[in-house]
Ligand binder design. Structure first.
Ligand SMILES: [Ca+2]
Length: 154
C-alpha cells in the first residue's frame, strides 16, 4: 500500500509538470458534442506556430485557436466546396500550456500528429493534423487543419 501511495504521488507530480520539456507529451485531448469539437494541444512558450485551414463542404465550418490564458489567437470560417477558401497564419506561443482548438458545425474530427527530429535527436517541429466530418458520408474533408510548431524561429 505504501509503495502504491508513493507511485500515486509520483504520478501526480508528473501530471502537474507542464513544461513539455521532453516533447513526449504529444497527446491530443478532445471532446465532441452538439456539433462542436474541442481539442487541447500542448505548445511551449516562445515557439513559432503556423496554421493552414481549408474545407470542402456546403456547410460553414469554423475554427478557433485559444491560448492557455483564454486569449483568442485565431478565429475563422472556411466556407469552400473546392479547397478555394483558406486560412493561414502564424503566432509566437505566448505561454506554455494546452492551446484549445475549437471546431464548429462538425460532427466528428479525426486527428494525427507528425514529429520531425534532427540527427541529434532534437524535435525541431511537430504538426497536429485535423480532418473533420460535418455530415454522413465520412470523407472527413469538410474541414482540414494543420497546426505546426517550430522549436526555432528564423
Ligand atoms: Ca463529409
Amino acid at each position: 500500500m505504501k509503495l502504491l501511495s508513493m507511485a500515486s504521488t509520483a504520478a501526480l507530480l508528473l501530471a502537474s509538470h507542464t513544461s513539455f520539456a521532453t516533447d513526449h507529451d504529444i497527446g491530443i485531448k478532445s471532446t465532441c458534442e452538439a456539433r462542436t469539437c474541442v481539442f487541447e494541444i500542448p505548445i511551449v512558450e516562445g515557439r513559432a506556430v503556423s496554421w493552414y485551414i481549408t474545407s470542402q463542404t456546403a456547410g460553414n465550418p469554423g475554427i478557433e485557436i485559444v491560448s492557455p490564458e483564454g486569449d483568442l489567437i485565431a478565429k475563422t470560417t472556411v466556407y469552400s466546396r473546392e479547397l478555394n477558401n483558406k486560412s493561414i497564419g502564424d503566432f509566437i506561443a505566448p505561454s506554455t500550456g494546452r492551446y484549445t482548438v475549437i471546431f464548429s458545425n462538425m460532427n466528428e474530427v479525426l486527428t494525427d500528429t507528425a514529429t520531425i527530429t534532427n540527427d541529434w535527436g532534437t524535435t525541431v517541429s511537430q504538426t497536429f493534423q485535423f480532418a473533420g466530418e460535418d455530415s454522413s458520408d465520412y470523407d472527413y474533408n469538410d474541414i482540414f487543419a494543420v497546426i505546426t510548431w517550430f522549436d526555432k524561429k528564423g
